[in-house]
Design a protein around this ligand. Structure first.
Ligand SMILES: C[S@@+](CC[C@H](N)C(=O)[O-])C[C@H]1O[C@@H](n2cnc3c(N)ncnc32)[C@H](O)[C@@H]1O
Length: 223
């Protein structure tokens, strides 16, 4: 069983997953969705959302006019009754070549190890026509301070390391990346809403100056 899959298949983990988007997490959720929609215009596009989880990004892209398919390894995470959500493995996608215009995958890469990244990106490129948007977590950020405590054993990719891995892949035509959130997800999630909202305003204003220490890096690959 691959890293991360077992953890999110636990009923008690899956049923509590969306609780992290209450209180301060609500601010975080809104910001993450806004950021994704800055990078992706899903209107009239076929979009695949890998590791879709409870579907917050898939729903937002659908609301913006995308035809979205959500895939996740955990049946427990997927919302019941959605015809366009399916169980599957990110490293072995059950779709035809170039079945989607755009692919997205949020909060997933940290569940892979560096040696799995080329295999994952090759599989994404096989099913995707234009571009892939995803994010990685930075080991030079405050996230690293509580990393050891998390049971799902995340891998934090140095930006330069991930860029090297990507640039070695001949099927990637262009790579762009951009830092976001100085304050890590876990901290936002435990703050009261009002405090998180104020803090996020500051966060957005200073993250560009402190980008080597940002907790999240957003990536856009063109094929
Ligand atoms: C942190 S959650 C992110 C969910 C969603 N993208 C979000 O941001 O709310 C990570 C998700 O990755 C899924 N996952 C883990 N390994 C996977 C794999 N090999 N293939 C597909 N999904 C996987 C888990 O089941 C879980 O739903």
């Amino acid at each position: 069983m691959k890293l991360g899959q077992e953890w999110y298949r636990r009923e008690e983990v899956a049923s509590r997953y969306d609780q992290r988007f209450t209180h301060g997490g609500k601010v975080l959720n809104r910001e993450e969705i806004e950021k994704l929609l800055e990078l992706v215009d899903p209107e009239n596009k076929r979009v695949l959302d890998i590791a879709t989880g409870t579907g917050r990004f898939a729903e937002a892209m659908e609301a913006s006019g995308g035809r979205v398919t959500g895939l996740d390894a955990s049946m427990e995470m997927l919302k019941p009754g959605r015809a366009d959500y399916l169980v599957g493995d990110a490293l072995d996608l059950p779709f035809k070549d170039k079945a989607f215009d755009i692919t997205t995958s949020m909060r997933f890469l940290h569940l892979l190890r560096p040696k799995q990244v080329p295999e994952f990106l090759k599989e994404v490129e096989r099913v995707t026509k234009d571009k892939f948007v995803f994010e990685s977590l930075n080991p030079m950020s405050l996230r690293a301070t509580y990393q050891w405590y998390l049971p799902q054993r995340s891998y934090l990719f140095r930006t330069s390391h991930l860029k090297e891995i990507i640039e070695d892949l001949d099927f990637v035509e262009e790579v762009e990346y951009d830092s976001h959130f100085l304050v890590p997800y876990g901290a936002y999630q435990v703050m009261p809403y009002g405090f998180a909202k104020r803090l996020n305003k500051i966060d957005k204003n200073i993250v560009d100056f402190l980008s080597p220490f940002a907790s999240t890096v957003y990536w856009e690959l063109h094929f």
